[in-house]
Write a protein that binds this ligand. Sequence first.
Ligand code: C5P
Length: 224
Amino acid sequence: TAIPVLTIDGPGGAGKGTVCMRVAAAMGWHLLDSGALYRLLGLAARQHGVELTDEEALARLAAGLDVDFEVNRDATAVTTLLEGAPVDQLLRTEQTGSDASQVAAIPAVREALLERQRGFAKAPGLVADGRDMGTVVFPEADLKIFLTASAEERARRRYMQLKEQGLSANLSALQDEMEARDRRDRERSVAPLKPAEDAWEVDTTDLDIVGVVDMILERLRDVL
Ligand code: C5P
């Protein structure tokens, strides 16, 4: 592709969100939080009374999904709008994550969101965060990263994140829910969570965010 793309895939809580936001800000690139699209679809389904098993209705809802992402001035936070209303707090709950992984396993839903995701690739470049960015959505990406961390560390990070947002959470329940969600994401037949063959795998269990961001920026500047 003519537009440079960096993909960062991996399980929940590996640090993708923060890393992607910082790398995008450092490069002055656009950001695609593809997980937010599946989360928003789960929310929209609940708001419209659509069952999470109704594949046809979900695919239709996905095709017409009215969402917008507004980046704040210093590029450190995003306001997510669903049908014009901000939904960020609801968006981050583990319940919404679990709903997202249910609708994300439906092939027609993924198909309906494919071109919308590719549309995020605009000059001067794109950082794409998700599960299948390097394998399905941007197979020609300039650099593909697969970010991991131990299950305990990922649950701990997600726990801290929820606390910071003033949301309540239980660490061991959270770890169980995240493991169930990861299993569903890895085992689904369409676009399962797995590293692309040409992905660079980074285990962040013992690394801090700044170290990970610097490492990625260095590699990215090398390949561009
Ligand atoms: O990354 P996040 O936790 O927001 O993703 C929520 C869910 O959306 C994931 O557990 C996964 O089921 C789904 N997802 C996906 N493909 C992506 C991004 C997210 O299937 N590219």
